[in-house]
Design a protein around this ligand. Structure first.
Ligand code: UFG
Length: 338
């Protein structure tokens, strides 16, 4: 299949590109590089040994996107083109709604115009909100969010469901990611956040490589076994392979359907620090600080639907997640900027 990765130069998009290319698909990337690097696309070509067509284009730009649809016979889209900072979304909510909703509507309009029927959407566990019991299952209703980023994911899922209801030819797979970490095992691709990392694993790996002095653990008094928050971390290559299954599922089905992509096993912040130290031999100085606004004590996936329906399960364990993160970070201390 010819697969358009909208926002495909980012962390999850670039790893997904490699999985799709390895499986024999052709990949077209459209990215404005607002939070990603063209070097990542070079690395996708290098690691896969395959050509990749890449456009520097804002997915909100309808004329630019129509040109891409015109020039390529696209069978399926994977939509990663979104702003993703929880804290930043509270500061500039309008920019988040404008970008995330606009990219989605532009892609849906292009799909209608060019007769493209299959879409895989990069959603998040955040759509479960804080009202649902854990583990989260796809049978639960979407919750409400404490931040605009989360609302954009909730709204985007709703938009896709409405579009699929109205057009019986449309097929949309909503992939609800839990916490992706790790990197491609080659050490040539990984997560490269701009500025101070918001997420735990990139912060740990930047402490390990000497870019940051110490980690602050956000809260040590949660109602969890060791007082720190628990999350469902999964290897980014497992997540990437989930997209491969989703693309194939979308091609064979109609309507909108959601799947959790997680391992089903939670780890606490302290367990992640210890696992990283054991896997790499590098010690991570840390201090327990205040809770971060909006963090839930714990959540993890009921991962049984993806296993039953997509035949997908996460295969890589926490040691591998830590080892691959370190392999990437230690060989690329400044990320894609050499
Ligand atoms: N954490 C720290 N110190 C840090 C960074 C994170 O202790 O410097 C802790 C957090 O408090 C949390 C855990 O590490 O307990 C994981 O935090 P991340 O920021 O890595 O991940 P989150 O679970 O907060 O974020 C995820 C997704 C978002 C999504 C959000 C919903 O990355 O896309 O869940 O709450 F919106």
């Amino acid at each position: 299949m010819n697969i358009l990765l909208a926002g495909g130069a980012g962390y999850i998009g670039s790893h997904t590109a490699v999985s799709l290319l390895d499986a024999g698909h052709d990949v077209i990337i459209a990215d404005n590089f607002a939070n990603s690097s063209p070097v990542a696309v070079e690395r996708v070509r290098e690691v896969s040994g395959k050509p990749v067509t890449c456009y520097r284009a804002d997915v909100c730009d309808k004329a630019a996107m129509e040109r891409i649809f015109q020039e390529n016979n696209i069978d399926c889209i994977v939509h990663f083109a979104a702003l993703k900072g929880v804290g930043e979304s509270v500061e500039i909510p309008v920019a988040y709604y404008r970008n995330n909703i606009d990219t989605t509507l532009t892609l849906l309009e292009c799909m209608a115009k060019f007769g493209v029927r299959n879409m895989v959407f990069s959603s998040s566990a955040t759509v479960y909100g804080d009202e649902n019991p854990i583990p989260y299952a796809e049978t639960m209703r979407r919750g409400s969010s404490s931040h605009p980023y989360g609302w954009t994911k909730i709204f985007m899922e709703q938009i896709f469901e409405d579009a699929a209801k109205a057009d019986p030819n449309l097929s949309v797979v909503l992939l609800r990611y839990f916490n992706p970490i790790g990197a491609h095992p080659s050490g040539r691709m990984g997560e490269d956040p701009r500025g101070v990392p918001n997420n735990l694993m990139p912060y740990i790996s930047q402490v390990a490589v000497g870019r940051r002095e110490k980690l602050t653990v956000f809260g040590g008094d949660y109602p969890t076994p060791d007082g720190t928050c628990r999350r469902d971390y999964l290897h980014v290559m497992d997540l990437a392979e989930g997209h491969l299954e989703a693309v194939e599922y979308a091609a064979a089905h109609k309507g909108a359907e959601a799947f959790n992509l997680g391992t089903g096993t939670p780890y606490s912040v302290l367990e992640i620090i210890r696992a990283f130290e054991t896997a790499t031999g590098v010690s991570i100085p840390y201090a327990i600080g205040d809770r971060r606004a909006g963090d839930l004590p714990e959540f993890w996936a009921d991962a049984s639907k993806a296993e039953r329906v997509l035949c997908w399960t996460a295969k890589r364990d926490l040691t591998e997640m830590c080892r691959d993160t370190w392999n990437w970070q230690s060989h690329n201390p400044k990320g894609y900027e050499e």
